[in-house]
Design a protein around this ligand. Sequence first.
Ligand SMILES: *Cc1c(COP(=O)(O)O)cnc(C)c1O
Length: 352
Amino acid sequence: MAKIEIDLYSDTQTRPSAGMRDAMAQAEVGDEQRDEDPSTNRLCDMAAEMLGKEAAVFMPSGTMCNQIAILVHCRPGDEIIADKTAHIINSEGGGPAVFSGTSIRPVDGVRGIFTADQAAAAIRKPRRHAPRSRMIEIEQTANSGGGTIWPLETVRAVGAVARDNGMILHMDGARLPNAVVASGVSASEFAEPFDSLWIDLSKGLGCPVGAVLAGDADFIAQAWQWKQRMGGAMRQSGVIAAAGIYALENNVNRMAEDHANARLFAEGVANLPGVVVDMDSVQSNMVFFDVSGTGMTAADVHERLLQHGVRIGENDRYRMRVVTHLDVTRDQVATAAEAVRKVVLENAAVTA
Ligand SMILES: *Cc1c(COP(=O)(O)O)cnc(C)c1O
């Protein structure tokens, strides 16, 4: 296999930068399980403040944040309302069924985003036969929706539905910082209606590991107990928390470049024969495009791009996903779009 020179597979492909590694090397550390790690404590304080919540807890991953939030809020037999594309439905190994005994009612949103009316319609009347509707979950940005941004009004309207029905509102904020930078709405404004939410440090923020879950003090106390119980409690975690502090201080505003690069890529491939890009969905650092009209599957295009040193994810049979991030430059993104052009036109020439 040719060497991957331009990796647009995911924003998880970032490597810690020299500055970040330096911050990690200098980190003050202690025993995190005893609340004695100063760097982890500082990261949690920063995240809680940024999100406008009372408290926060450092977690090994975003998946653990989602699963623990569900465990705290829900009981076996409860039901969660989420978009059909949600990460908790498609990419967490059936965790809600396994850990908390909950089921998820998928909503047929548009580009990963549903309306307050759809949320209200998905809530079940209390009946002996029905699961209890307990939580509404949204993803900001909506990953499989195309990296789309939940508008603040929609977030507030869905939040009002949750509140009026005595339900919990939870945000999978894996890419909330992207939504903040792209929309100009602050993280705390987006976070305000939520009982719990988290941000990922290992996506566009460029850290090697970690996520931070926030909520009120009682929620965080319960989340901490689940973290301990599941073996997620750490020791000198300041070494990795320092990467998170560095990222919050240095890697947020620069995401505007990733968003401009995603747009550049989308425009570069939009007019290729057989390629369809939903330009309205290009709102942050992702570009989904359909290659069914090229005579190739996504796997074919993926393979051929590797010969050009470019890696682009195959999302399903004909759908591909590009994710821009801090380890790919504007020139590299332009080169990747050019590689897609070559692959598509070469194949068209051969099959003509
Ligand atoms: C990546 C991702 C997660 C899971 O985060 P990890 O840190 O990889 O466990 C959850 N939700 C969304 C939308 C994601 O993109």
